[in-house]
Design a binder for this molecule. Structure first.
Ligand code: ADP
Length: 256
């Protein structure tokens, strides 16, 4: 089986200036992979590269054994939550339906299967009854669930999520955690940027740690070594949290 992601010597950035350097790692299929690192360490830049939104300055990215262009329809994206003015009349259903369009085919004729996948996705995030509401009338957490539904409607193999828990209510947080569990059972791969190490070590099973360069990639058990966390985050106050987190997560592993 091909890896979900195979990244070789990836250097990428903006306007000719590299932000991430010479990253080499693989992510196997069927894992929930946390991308962690401090602010400004290049996590979003890495995700944008995987999505093909920015082109590598050097190196290659393979998704499911293919170049990104060959498998765009198998990649779904949940962007970082932004405050958008949703005053224009677009319904929850319309936004979720966008997941069914490939970026290179936005005028495709809709089929019944598109409608079904969209409704199923809205059901999964508990928003079916809101489907005809303008998205602007929903709370922030509900809007985030609509964006997750848009990704689910795509019925992709690889899901890229940028801080999906940021600023969401507890209902949405549990809904997302439950979905991650289901996605893992369905052997989907999720690559997820998340800043809270506690949740990350509790719920994710594979890790890519970066700070402009790759510090570590691999299974949770090895990721918990304090040396990697120190190298990723550097010294300073957060170190206390990190060690506590590593300790708690170890206990969790021991219990499971
Ligand atoms: P993270 O997601 O880990 O916080 P980012 O990938 O967003 O890190 O940012 C890494 C660096 O890239 C930062 O120094 C940031 O200023 C820079 N950067 C991010 N986006 C852009 C952009 N569109 N143009 C220029 N520089 C950018």
């Amino acid at each position: 089986m091909n890896d979900a992601l195979n990244i070789t010597n990836l250097t990428a950035g903006y306007l000719g200036r590299p932000v991430i350097f010479d990253l080499c790692f693989t992510v196997p299929q069927g894992v929930i992979c946390g991308v962690i690192g401090p602010n400004g360490s290049g996590k979003s830049t890495l995700l944008k590269s995987i999505m093909g939104l920015i082109h590598p300055m050097q190196g290659t990215i393979q998704v499911l054994g293919h170049s990104i262009d060959q498998v765009r329809s198998k990649i779904a994206y949940v962007p970082q939550r932004e405050s958008v003015d949703w005053n224009f009349p677009v319904s929850v259903y319309d936004v979720a339906l966008m997941g069914r369009y490939a970026p290179d085919n936005i005028f495709k004729r809709l089929k019944n299967s598109d409608k079904e996948a969209t409704l199923k996705a809205l059901e999964k995030v508990h928003l079916l009854e809101y489907k005809d509401k303008p998205i602007g009338q929903l709370s922030g957490g509900q809007q985030q669930r609509v964006f997750i539904a848009r990704a689910l409607a795509r019925e992709a193999e690889l899901y890229i999520m940028d801080e999906p828990f940021a600023g969401v209510d507890s209902v949405t947080e549990s809904a997302i955690l439950k979905l991650l569990k289901e996605m893992k059972q369905e052997k989907k791969t999720v690559v997820i940027v998340h800043h809270d190490l506690q949740t990350a070590f509790d719920y994710f099973d594979y890790f890519v740690m970066i700070n402009r360069k790759l510090i570590f990639s691999g299974q949770k058990k090895e990721a918990l070594q304090p040396q990697y966390l120190f190298e990723t985050y550097g010294g300073g106050l957060p170190a206390l949290d990190r060690i506590r987190t590593a300790g708690n997560a170890r206990e969790e592993i021991a219990k499971s």
